[in-house]
Design a protein around this ligand. Structure first.
Ligand SMILES: [Zn+2]
Length: 94
């Protein structure tokens, strides 16, 4: 018998830019590259328009993302370190 997959339609799978782990989008932290300005912002509500990049909600992945510029690689634009640091603080991941 196939398992019921009730919520899968609203819970797409995304990949962490740092450790490459895949997880339901709702379990990851989203950063959005704003159309036109190409500014990258922390997107806690996962509702901002534009291309997204994702990180696991843990300090290791944030550290790794800062070190390897993982978000820049995914989003193809410069990402201000402060965006990551502010998100980390907001999430109390330090
Ligand atoms: Zn990760």
């Amino acid at each position: 018998m196939p398992k019921p997959r009730k919520r899968s339609r609203h819970n797409p799978i995304r990949r962490c830019a740092a450790c490459r782990r895949t997880a339901p989008k709702a379990e990851l932290i989203r950063f959005a590259r704003t159309p036109r300005t190409l500014q990258v912002q922390f997107d806690p509500a996962q509702k901002l328009p534009g291309r997204g990049a994702y990180l696991c909600p843990n300090p290791d992945c944030f550290r790794l993302a800062l070190k390897r510029k993982s978000l820049e690689r995914v989003l193809k634009v410069k990402v201000d370190e402060r965006v990551l640091q502010a998100a980390q603080q907001a999430l109390e991941l330090s």
